[in-house]
Every structure is written in structure tokens, then in C-alpha cells.
Design a protein around this ligand. Sequence first.
Ligand SMILES: *Cc1c(COP(=O)(O)O)cnc(C)c1O
Length: 400
Amino acid sequence: MECFTKSFTQQEPLPEAAIEAAVAVMRHGRLHRYNTVAGEVSETAQLELDFAAITGAHYALAMASGGTALACALRAIGVPDGAPVLTNAFTLAPVPGAIAAVGAVPVFVETTANLVMDLDDLAAKIDASGARYLMLSHMRGHIVDMDALMALCDAREVTVIEDCAHTMGAAWDGVPSGRHGRVGCYSTQTFKHVNSGEGGFLVTDDAEVMARAIILSGSYMLYESHRAAPPVETFARIRYETPNTSGRMDNLRAAILRPQLAALRPQCDAWNARYDRLTAALEGTQGLRLIPRPAKEAYVMSSFQASCPDFEAADMQSLVTAAAARGVELKWFGAAEPKGFTSRHDSWAYAPAQSLPKTDRVLAALIDMRLPLTFTLDDIDLVGRILREEVSRLVQAKAA
Ligand SMILES: *Cc1c(COP(=O)(O)O)cnc(C)c1O
């Protein structure tokens, strides 16, 4: 029986250019973004220009983490204390966490079988909750019909913040992910599309929102050294009225991110080559439902999801165990106790308990797997064979 032996959590080494840039910053010692010599534009300020260019945003702010960017975005658009904020029931903990961090209340929206926000449920919950804000999470890189979502939110005057932790480099109908809503937030944490250990971005075209975000990020009165930023007049009142909630990026991380951003396109292509190869290998496996991708979606898939709609909890557990015994690490969100990274709404007990039967059904049948770039296409073929065999074995066992 074939087994797979590589790690599902091993990243590629950083590019040599990133290592050299990091060493240069360490040699001069000015790691703080506002510690510059005359005429110098810090690595962090340059990184923001790079990211604004990639996304086409007027303004970009580099931050300490993706979660920090999400909370900062909510504060910068002025979400009041206690306000309901809609978000996906299927997302990662920092998303409802950011909503809770600003004193707002997460209201979860159901998930479709294709792993995106259920727009009928969104409409119903906007009306029922009176929420004026939506934090839309493009969880695992699956992008909802953004034309329909924005039409719905615009008609009901709901401000959209996009969580693009899994969609850096992706697009809907040619518009980069993060550029449909008022604010887009990204993560540069190790398991995302660029790797600085920790880090994040916030982008917007709204000058006042960006001015508040810059002050919130901990710019003291040094905001004039930002380059991908609104004119200094925008800060006139905002600099006095906005608290410093300290969540800056530093020059060391900025230095290692810039060469990675320059190579974002080929990296995204490399991820998709793996994802498409695995999808092809699993096509037609009885008992396994692949997620269809809309024509307008230009995805970047650094992970793989599929569902086993006919499997019960015990079958899912058997599949996870059988795959693990052959070296294939699957995540399943249906277990009684959430493991590792929590992505289940009922494990976020700080939010009011909510009934989400559709999401629960989807998650109970879902398998989730990382696709690190350290896997070759041959590795992917092997993983595909193992998965196909184990799903088929269970399907046959159930039929017998
Ligand atoms: C990783 C992640 C974030 C932000 O994470 P940080 O670790 O704070 O950078 C936000 N949303 C989702 C869906 C994520 O996976």
C-alpha cells in the first residue's frame, strides 16, 4: 500500500532576495518603520506602495497581523459598540474575534454546499438584525458571487469589509479580491500566500478610513512618512480623535515580503497547478463531491476541499483516520471537539449561540487539506490516489 511521507505544514524556504533584504535591515538596525535616515523611505512604506500597486487600491497599510487589520478596519469605518456585524458561519476564529474585539456582535450567515456565503440567508439576516456591516470572509479561497453580494449590500446600505486571508492574488470578474468592499484585509502569516511569520494588510480607496486606520495602527504623529496614504490634510482632525491601538508592521518583515510580493503571480500559478492536478485526479470518485468553480472566479488555491455528502460522522472519522495512516492529513470540522485551528461557530462561545443547520450539515461532510508548495506534482498524484482509494473503500464498505 502506497504511503505519503511529506509534511503538510512545511513551507518553501524564503527566496534568496528576501534573505538578503532581511540581512541588510538587520545590519543597519533600523527595524522600526519610523526609524529612518534623511531621505530614506522605509521598507514598510515601500511595501505598502507595492501592495497598493498589486491591488489597485488608492491606499495600503501594512500591519502586525491579518486579525489586527480586520479589527482596525471595523474601528476605522466606525462600527459602534454593540452593533451587529454579519459574517460567515464558516471562517477562521480571528474573524469573529475581530468583531468581538471592537465590542460588536457577530451575526453568522449560512454556508452553501459550494462553501460560500448563502446570499438568501444574508438578505434575511440583514433584515432581521438591522446590521449595517458585513465582514465577508473568502474562506479557503472560495469567492461568492460578488456582483450579487455587492448589489444586495448596496441596496440595503450595508458596508462590506473583505477578509482576504485566503484570496491574496485572486479575483472576481477581473477585480482583485478585496477591492469590491469598502476595505480589504489580508494576512501575510506563514500559512497564507506570502510568508512573514506574522503580518497583514489593509487596503481602501476611502481617504478618511485610511487616515483613521493609520492612526489606529500606531503611527503617532509620523503618518507623513507613509507613501500609500491620503494627503496630510485628511489627518487634521482624525489624528486627535483616533486612538492608537498599536499594530504596526516592521522593516524586517516588510523586507522579506517585498520579494515575495514581486513573485506572487508565479507562486499563485504554482498553487493552482497543484490544486487543478488534485482536482483532476479525484474527478469522478464515487462518494466525493468536488466544489464547482464559477467562471468569473480567478481562484488561488493553497488548500483543497471536497465533501462526502453520503458519509455519516463515523464514516468521516474513519476516512480521516485511514488517510492519516497513509500520511495524508485531512481536517474535518465535524468532530465533537474542534482541533487545531478552530473554524466552527459553536466553539466561539463569546458570540451569542446561533442556529446554523445548513452550515453544520456542510461542515459535517467536508474534508479540508493543505497543499504546500513543497509538494511536487508527483506528490499530488500520490495524495490523490490515496484519497481516491480510501474514499472508494469506505463507499464499498457501506454498500456491502
Ligand atoms: C489566517 C486568517 C485570518 C487572519 O489571520 P492572522 O493570523 O491574524 O494573520 C483571517 N481570516 C482567515 C479566514 C484566516 O484563515
